[in-house]
Design a protein around this ligand. Sequence first.
Ligand code: ADP
Ligand code: MG
Length: 361
Amino acid sequence: MRIRVEGLRKHYVSDGRTVAALDGVDLDIPANSIFTLLGPSGCGKTTLLRCIVGLETPDEGEIAIGEERVFSSRRGIAVPPEKRGLGMVFQSYAIWPHMTVFDNVAYPLRVRRASKARIAQKVAEALRFVQLEGVERRSATRLSGGQQQRVALARALVAEPKVILFDEPLSNLDAKLREETRKALERFLGELGITAVYVTHDRVEALALSNSIAVMRAGSIVETGSPQQIYFAARTRFVADFIGRANLVAATVRAEEGDQLVVDSALGRLRCAQRAPLRIGEATLCIRPEFMHLRPGDGEPVPNLVRGRIESLAFVGEFYEAQMRVGDTLLLARTEPEVDLHVGDPVHFVIDPAHCLLLWQ
Ligand code: ADP
Ligand code: MG
């Protein structure tokens, strides 16, 4: 089911202050894909999700699910949540502690007065799908956090929603379990092939799970694209910085040469792959740490050579996090443990023009 949102606005008043939780949101979520709303805490993700589900009434705008308009301020339409055919999985598992796993999952079917036989069949199917067979009779609270979250998913699935919405479903799990449950979710959602709207502030979750990501900031969508587009070809400083580790350096675009731009920056003169029509002037250069392959010494003078010194080194397991000083600028780099580097050493790297991303706002 495709979801369309147009001109959505919602404000709250608390302690006499007005907060624009949604400040004119437009979205087009394609059918049968995993669409993620990514943004810092307080940017309006939950409010947007609750407006789509119908738990919150927007001040203004339109929402359509498939062909049906479920909200329109102009036409006075507001379809109640239970008639929107959506399933939701929340941050807190929201399962009932006094019920067994079976009864938790069966709940939506009992509310609809489904037959006993149908309930048994559907619950068994849903539990098989989330790989929780054999724990039907157990009290739901005697499961691990990851299992409880899968119970919540099974309960959402059993109602056969047209769309399933997730509000930070993994944020209460510890790091290892979060990764495992994320992988399980990736597989479940891939197999289900329904529309999923997924809210998170975690960039790794967003990158790993999504077909498309919409990055939000202060009640608005800043950029939308595939994980690769958002990571490698962000258009704004905010998105480039939010989606991954980024070295952001002030730069001036001087000229165009072939399919490259000639740019002056605190790192010297660099050539950057050109992605957009030429704009001479001030911009920001973004270089991701994983593309800076630090080598000892000064290196041969070739285009896009950057020289500096190691300011600090931190061992984080798979790699060293190095800070490299280039004049007044400090860059964060990742270096392979086998490269022999020490604090104070002169180092250099040659940056591929394709990995010099220019940002204009
Ligand atoms: P997110 O889910 O991205 O963290 P929210 O949608 O929860 O953000 O909140 C967006 C903004 O709206 C925040 O500034 C938050 O404090 C405010 N807000 C959310 N719900 C309410 C509410 N019920 N009353 C007052 N302010 C609210
Ligand atoms: Mg939230």
